[in-house]
Design a binder for this molecule. Structure first.
Ligand SMILES: Cc1cc2nc3c(=O)[nH]c(=O)nc-3n(C[C@H](O)[C@H](O)[C@H](O)COP(=O)(O)OP(=O)(O)OC[C@H]3O[C@@H](n4cnc5c(N)ncnc54)[C@H](O)[C@@H]3O)c2cc1C
Length: 444
């Protein structure tokens, strides 16, 4: 049956995937698109991509994602996206303290890029600290036991700026945005029950203001909040967070580090060239992340008022990792205060696979995009294509992106710590905060 592209489509969430969805629907001829977000402006501070920058790399152990990321990188190099993409290169490394899992991950990653026809010519193995210093002449730390490789065909993108640009573009083309904690925050998906089948149709959404917005199709791109509106997905999609911190550099210091490739030390963390506009130097520690599980349902959602996370906070262990990373590479920054520290929430799955599918028993009325697993921003230029295809096909043909039936298990059994690039164990954020405040009190 032909799709009526004039029928109203509601996109829930104006983060990286929601904006991409609206963009591709628009390009495919959908003429009545409304995007909802709980934030009052875009870029949404609630988005996992509300950040200076994100890594854009294409090496995955799984060729499926490598090919998708290569496609996304090619799209990053086009007029609509290019101002926010910086192909400065990417170094994947481990330090002398790296556990075996991190070393193995590095070896597998190197093998896969060395044999890939697109990457092979742009890969430089880095076997000694001197090799690193040839790439990063600014590094004057000891780089103890650092091993890795440099991949020319990667870099980073300005994530908040990219979302702002696509938002502006969509407004210009007539896409409607309903924003804010009352009008834009969706509190309920509205269904019409069917008398003679188990199916129900999604007929729109209700905002916190109470207003109902009708839609022929609703596409939920809610990031870490998906399970709040579609609770069943909480059996396999987990709201998880990683820490982000910054150092405020002077303009001169920022110039000094201009053009450095992204450095990603698997057992410590990663950093980017400083932002030329603000001179902020962004760092993220690496680890298995933090969750916030509800004790009765096991579902993890980002903390609300029930768990006040301290302001300008990251867990002490993450700070330790970042200070060690700085001491090894740029020791003159190792004791600088961190500013604008935050916990940033994304939607994780145990095997790091996305979900792009119709919600079961809702016919073709409700789609969910979720499980970005912390590697979804780079795909922003192409995500919406997956939705257009799903609508055209009427079924998700890729088993890996299908909705997963929970088989009755309670949420929260497997936090995905086995994924090769995650080092350490997932912890409840509440425990970490309590532990830290006990340690502070004990020192007083
Ligand atoms: C610290 C950190 C580092 C990362 N690094 C990288 C990286 O280097 N490379 C990479 O590719 N990816 C990275 N990611 C992952 C990337 O940020 C996500 O994959 C991406 O943001 C997913 O997009 P999304 O649209 O699904 O979710 P989001 O961007 O989080 O957007 C979800 C949106 O839904 C809105 N929303 C939620 N609930 C409601 C509601 N009830 N009503 C209305 N609106 C609602 C929110 O306000 C938000 O704007 C990182 C994530 C984190 C947290």
């Amino acid at each position: 049956m032909a799709i009526d592209k004039t029928a109203p489509v509601a996109v829930l969430g104006a983060g990286a995937w929601g904006l991409s969805t609206a963009l591709h629907l628009l390009d495919a001829g959908y003429a009545n698109i409304t995007v909802f977000d709980q934030a009052s402006e875009i870029p949404s501070p609630y988005s996992g991509a509300y950040d200076l920058n994100k890594i854009v790399r294409a090496e995955y152990e799984d060729n499926f994602y490598t090919e998708l990321a290569l496609k996304a990188i090619n799209r990053w190099k086009t007029a609509l996206w290019g101002a926010n993409f910086h192909q400065v290169g990417y170094v994947l490394a481990t330090s002398s303290a790296a556990p075996e899992k991190a070393v193995k991950h590095l070896q597998t990653a190197l093998l896969s890029v060395k044999s890939h026809p697109v990457f092979a010519n742009g890969i430089t193995p880095l076997d000694t600290s001197q090799d690193f210093k040839e790439i990063y002449w600014q590094f004057d730390g000891p780089l103890t036991g650092f091993r890795g490789y440099h991949n020319r065909l990667a870099g980073y993108a300005h994530s908040s700026n990219a979302m702002a640009d696509i938002h502006r573009h969509l407004i210009g083309w007539g896409v409607k945005f309903v924003l804010g904690p009352k009008e834009g925050k969706v509190v309920r998906i509205v269904y019409r029950e069917s008398d003679n089948s188990s199916e129900r149709s999604c007929i729109g959404v209700q905002a916190a203001s109470g207003q109902i917005h009708h839609a022929r199709r609703t596409i939920a791109c809610l990031g870490a909040w998906a399970a709040r509106l579609i609770p069943d997905i909480g059996s396999y999609v987990v709201a998880k967070s990683w820490s982000v911190a910054h150092i405020q550099l002077t303009a001169r210091e920022s110039d000094y580090l201009r053009g450095i490739p992204v450095l990603n030390v698997r057992d410590l963390g990663f950093f980017f060239e400083p932002d030329p506009a603000t001179h902020l130097f962004k760092l993220c520690p690496l680890g298995a992340g933090y969750i916030n599980s509800d004790r009765s349902t096991g579902i993890s959602l980002p903390p609300g008022e029930s768990l006040p996370v301290p302001r300008d906070y990251i867990p002490a262990n993450d700070e330790k990792k970042l200070r060690r990373l700085l001491w090894e590479t740029l020791p003159w920054l190792a004791d600088r205060p961190f500013v604008d520290q935050k916990m940033c929430w994304f939607a994780d799955t145990a095997d790091s696979e996305y979900t792009v599918d119709f919600v079961p028993d809702t016919g073709d009325s409700l789609i969910v995009l979720s499980g970005d697993s912390g590697h979804g921003f780079k795909m922003m230029p192409i995500v919406g294509e997956w939705v257009v295809k799903l609508l055209r096909d009427g079924v998700q043909r890729l088993p890996r992106w299908q909705w997963r039936h929970s088989q009755g298990q309670k949420a929260g059994k497997d936090w995905g710590d086995a994924v090769s690039w995650r080092i350490g164990n997932t912890r409840e954020i509440e425990e970490v905060i309590e532990e830290q405040s006990r340690a502070v009190k004990a020192r007083l």
